[in-house]
Design a protein around this ligand. Sequence first.
Ligand SMILES: NC(=O)c1ccc[n+]([C@@H]2O[C@H](COP(=O)([O-])OP(=O)(O)OC[C@H]3O[C@@H](n4cnc5c(N)ncnc54)[C@H](OP(=O)(O)O)[C@@H]3O)[C@@H](O)[C@H]2O)c1
Length: 309
Amino acid sequence: MNHPVDEDIFAGAKILVTGASGFIGTHLCNRLAALGAQVHGVSRTQRSGAGVSRWWQVALDDQRATGDLVRAVEPDMIYHLASFVSGSRAMEHVVPALRANLMSTVNLLESATDTGCRRIVLTGSLEETQGEASAVVPASPYAAAKSAASAYARMFHALYATPVVTARLFMVFGPDQKDLSKLIPYVTRSLLRGEAPQLMSGTREVDWIFVDDVVDAYLALATKAGIEGKSFDVGSGELSSVREVVMKLVEIIGAQVQPVFGSLNDRPMERVRVADVAHTRQSIGWSPKTALIDGLTKTVAWYRNTPTA
Ligand SMILES: NC(=O)c1ccc[n+]([C@@H]2O[C@H](COP(=O)([O-])OP(=O)(O)OC[C@H]3O[C@@H](n4cnc5c(N)ncnc54)[C@H](OP(=O)(O)O)[C@@H]3O)[C@@H](O)[C@H]2O)c1
């Protein structure tokens, strides 16, 4: 059972959210605003939007600009979600992933340590390497940068007592996912238009987690005492193949067209990983609440009711 989060902590708190314009960032900012937080959203381009009291336009791979931002806001807490999110294996993505996922994290850790804040919550990924780092090969530029960012977080905590924790997210889905090329928005929108989605083999097994559950985990990670320096899996603890999820969407939508599996090549080095939810529950009192079918049903309903998405 989930332990209740002390939500009063958020009322009036100044919270800096990077990647606030993104899929998970939007859901997180809305929840924080509903709890009475003063949300400062960071974005590279000019934005507006509910849930954010003030937008800041900053490229977080710029060390000086990041320092200026953190000194100006003096946040009580920081949520770092901004990321170059492609899992592509292409070499042209090495430097963008390094800058967006690693440099931004190091710059924030340094600025937050200098300025001081109660908690900084980083966003890791199921794609990160596990085990003895020297022996494990990251599967993509994204995975390499995310793995290194978590290593820096451990170092900042150990050497400089930075109050950092990492949410290691598994495959997040839900309404209003911004990257429409991701599996669930792509398949849902194609089926709703009556078009057959073109897919890889669909055999990959994935741990899927609904976005509202992820936001609950973020709240727990910012408030639980004594967990600094550590990473926590945020997933469902269950695997379902891509094919199973796609066929559930076909059923929920009542689609007349069938997806085409195998029309795209599978990616090399795909890892199968399931979240250790028992460890997360014991450590922070969080566990997922939304069953896969319920999350998919809510997601389809949102796309049906939001034809502009
Ligand atoms: N969605 C998932 O299934 C999943 C799984 C594991 C981990 N995660 C992690 O969760 C976080 C949020 O993911 P999301 O799905 O919400 O992603 P998203 O919708 O693509 O949002 C990411 C945000 O990061 C900012 N960003 C993108 N590229 C950037 C760059 N090169 N430099 C600086 N900022 C950049 C963008 O904001 P601006 O364009 O406004 O600057 C964007 O709104 C990321 O750290 C991601 O790695 C997500």
